[in-house]
Design a binder for this molecule. Structure first.
Ligand SMILES: [Zn+2]
Length: 267
């Protein structure tokens, strides 16, 4: 199995999710022989089964919820049931912040008994998802609810996913050394404390500081979609000198050192 990242959805925030103008299925890492499904929002199970190639939920090694918001966890219980054969096969692991699992859980309590393991994420946490595959959650994001971005290390590569957050000066350090940097870029400009999302301006600052081999923008709000996202990606790329692409629903990115250095044709 060639290592890859598949976007089952690229929607960010309420309007785009409600209209499904982009899908909200989350993303799937197929790395180190493992399958990691992150942030199954509304419709994620349908998107998984109808994707090309489809994602077999019963083959998922780890289901990761970065935080409890609907666009990241709307199908979480459905995903857990599908991952565990309706609860009849104790397998797979669920990783989520405590506030997604305890009070008003976004994975119903009965289904929290189904996976082989349920792990509460924490700042500074390091988790071995599979042999040769480590997930780290370097810091808690500034997003109103308990939220963690992550670093995935496998096969000599580091892929980081900077999920929903208000800008934090600690972000570049937390995601330093990324070969691939995926940034949830929901708005044109960030720095609005009422919203607590990164803007394209924040994404540019992050890309310029981290300087990955390739950066991918995703999790688009309505404002950014009108851009369109590819225009923002190109502008960031031109100003920073770092290759940047805008994710599309269904896009598959091969995760080999060669592919990361030749990003012209993702998928
Ligand atoms: Zn959110």
């Amino acid at each position: 199995m060639e290592a890859s990242l598949q976007f089952l959805g690229t929607a960010g925030a309420r309007h785009v999710v409600a209209a499904q103008s982009r899908h909200s299925g989350g993303l799937v890492w197929r790395v180190a022989g493992a399958t990691v499904w992150v942030d199954p929002g509304p419709g994620a199970l349908v998107r998984a089964l109808s994707a090309a190639p489809p994602l077999d939920p019963a083959a998922v090694t780890a289901l990761v919820l970065t935080h409890r918001h609907l666009d990241h966890a709307g199908d979480a219980t459905a995903a857990v049931e599908a991952m565990t054969g309706g609860g009849f096969h104790a397998r797979g692991a669920l990783y989520a912040p405590a506030d997604a699992l305890d009070e008003e859980p976004v994975v119903f309590r009965y289904a929290q008994r189904f996976p082989r393991a349920v792990v509460r994420l924490r700042a500074g946490g390091s988790y071995r998802l599979a042999p040769g595959l480590t997930l780290e959650t370097p810091l808690a994001h500034d997003h109103g609810v308990e939220t963690y971005g992550y670093r995935l290390a496998f096969g000599g590569l580091t892929a980081c996913h900077v999920v929903d957050t208000f800008w934090m000066d600690a972000l570049p350090e937390a995601y330093a050394g990324a070969d691939l940097l995926v940034v949830n870029t929901t708005r044109r400009s960030g720095r609005d404390r009422r919203i607590l999302h990164l803007g394209a301006d924040d994404a540019e600052r992050l890309v310029a500081a981290v300087r990955p081999r390739l950066a991918v923008l995703t999790h688009f709000g309505k404002q950014l979609l009108a851009g369109p996202p590819a225009r923002f990606a190109l502008a960031i790329s031109e100003r920073t000198g770092v290759p940047v692409v805008a994710a599309e629903d269904g896009m598959i990115l091969p995760l080999t050192p060669e592919a990361l250095d030749a990003p012209g044709a993702p998928g």
